[in-house]
Ligand binder design. Structure first.
Ligand SMILES: NC(=O)c1ccc[n+]([C@@H]2O[C@H](COP(=O)([O-])OP(=O)(O)OC[C@H]3O[C@@H](n4cnc5c(N)ncnc54)[C@H](OP(=O)(O)O)[C@@H]3O)[C@@H](O)[C@H]2O)c1
Length: 484
């Protein structure tokens, strides 16, 4: 199957922080793929902006090196690469001073889509917004893209929202959560709202519980200082896991429009109950394999910050009353995997005398690796010997079903940047959503900080601390295996 590529309008995209890790690793290699696919019009431009003293040729070399290091198979297309690099410019700009702004203003073209990616620390967002306005570089049709973390609590998130709102309308602000750009996350909505099969079962009559797991094998080395001030709750749960929870739990929007979807997500966050302290397990990884312990990686021998968290949440509405949502995320775990599993209830009565086992249908949505959807169904065990039942997966791997080429173009960042150019905010977080997420998160963090809770240690390469297993076992349930 060949995917249909619809070119976006011609644009000028300025990447503040264009020399940084995110720009070199994700944004520019992704734009190169969009360029090769024909989705980025060949008269569009990408303008790197940072303090480093470079000219446009120096920047092209930097990005050529980055694509060689981080790009995929497409980097072998030398002519394509040369054509893409020719679309790059660079301006030396200081977000905190006046240096470079009039050069940037001169470079921008009129009457085309202008987008500004703030790929810098959040402390610079206000300076950038103010100077874009002051130098008349942005106009009413311009968009800004802001990276996570969006605040570290409700107060700082509100302050950031106010800072941006001073110069941009909400409809111009694209708060990025790259999880929402993943193919499977959008497929989750297609599966729910595009099939007659699932929606009738999507409630507390049929669903036993839902599990969301985001497990990483890497530790915090390299970003230990930032991470130690954040922890898994701020770094992962408040944004990524919360967004997944919203998409799985939200009511059907009246249409697939930005505000319709985001209104429904906001309702889910507002309906999340406060989590009992006994339903939260925080962990820290021990040294293991060839890696150091969390405290060594974070360079904080007395750190109480969690590198793992598991919790049981409830949503207080008619659809989900009584259905637990178990969330789990951690670093240096057994395998790198992200998965949402909808575990349906057991049948009330079995007609098969010979079968002593219990069977549950499970719909598992895999975000990584190997994006796809897996439905566990119960069938007869093949062969003679009566009606013994067995649970087997009906596996739909997108790579197999649609062909590898289509999967390759589906990187979250490039998809989301194209949405910015199209002016489609559906897959971006609205300001009130982010604030609501912090409103739920803050008291939980204050709770364990107030009690000076010490995270439980877990072995690197495991599925997390034993207490996390107990969180499920107490309810006669079990986590799905963490496997890559
Ligand atoms: N890296 C990731 O995978 C990742 C993932 C999710 C979110 N993020 C977020 O994305 C943002 C960027 O992350 P990063 O990893 O790319 O950071 P980084 O590698 O430290 O890059 C920061 C960029 O900001 C520029 N910069 C710093 N001060 C500046 C100033 N006063 N004026 C203009 N430019 C300035 C730097 O260039 P000069 O030094 O040349 O000025 C550099 O290009 C952060 O908010 C981060 O939390 C990153």
């Amino acid at each position: 199957m060949v995917s249909r590529v619809i070119p976006v309008d011609t644009f000028d995209l300025v990447i503040f922080g264009g020399t940084g890790d995110l720009a070199r690793r994700k944004i520019l290699p992704g734009l190169f793929r969009r360029f090769l696919s024909g989705q980025m019009p060949s008269d569009s431009r990408v303008i790197g902006a940072a303090r480093s003293e470079l000219d446009s040729n120096g920047y092209r070399q930097m990005i050529s090196d980055a694509i060689a290091e981080f790009g995929g198979d497409e980097k072998s297309d030398k002519d394509g690469l040369a054509a893409f690099l020719a679309r790059l410019e660079y301006v030396t700009v200081d977000a905190k001073g006046e240096n470079g702004w009039s050069e940037l203003a001169k470079l921008m073209r009129k009457d085309i889509v202008k987008a500004f990616y703030f790929s810098v620390g959040p402390s610079l967002f206000g300076d950038l917004a103010e100077r874009l306005h002051k130098h008349k570089i942005a106009d009413a049709n311009s968009r800004i893209v802001v990276e996570k973390p969006f605040g570290r609590d409700l107060e700082t998130a509100q302050a950031l929202n106010e800072t941006l709102a001073a110069h941009f309308e909400e409809g111009q602000i694209y708060r990025i959560d790259h999880y929402l750009g993943k193919e499977t996350v959008q497929n989750l909505m297609a599966v729910r709202f595009g099939n007659v099969l699932f929606e009738p079962l999507w409630n507390n009559h049929y669903v036993d519980h839902i599990q969301i797991t985001v497990a990483e094998t890497v530790g915090v080395g390299g970003r230990g200082a930032y991470y130690d001030r954040a922890g898994a709750m701020r770094d992962m749960v408040q944004n990524h896991l919360m967004q997944l929870l919203c998409l799985i739990a939200m009511e059907p929007p009246s249409q697939f429009g930005a505000d319709e979807v985001r209104d429904e997500k906001l309702k889910v966050i507002s309906e999340l109950e406060t989590v009992d302290a006994h339903h939260i397990v925080r962990g820290q990884y021990n040294a293991g394999g060839d890696g150091d312990s969390y405290r060594v990686d974070a360079e904080n021998p007395r750190s109480f910050t969690e590198s793992f968290i598991a919790m049981k949440c409830h949503i207080s509405n008619w659809r989900w009353s009584g259905v637990p949502f178990y969330l789990r995320t951690g670093k240096r775990m057994k395998a790198r995997t992200s998965e949402i599993a909808v575990v349906f209830k057991e049948l009330g009565h079995s007609i098969f005398d010979g079968d002593s086992g219990t069977h549950q249908n499970i719909l598992a949505i895999r975000l990584q690796p190997n994006e796809g959807i897996d439905m566990q169904v119960t069938i007869k065990e093949p062969g003679p010997g009566g009606m013994r039942l067995v649970d087997v997966p009906l596996d739909m791997s997108f790579a197999e079903a649609l062909g590898d080429a289509d999967i390759e173009v589906a990187d979250a960042y490039e998809r989301l940047i194209m949405d910015v150019i199209r002016g489609n905010q559906t897959l971006f977080m609205r300001g009130d959503e982010v604030e609501a997420a912090w409103r739920w998160t803050d008291p939980l963090i204050a709770g364990w900080e107030g009690r000076s809770d010490v995270p439980k240690l877990y072995d690197a390469g495991s599925a997390g601390p034993e207490d996390a297993m107990m969180l499920m076992h107490r309810d006669n349930r079990k986590w799905r295996e963490v496997k890559g």
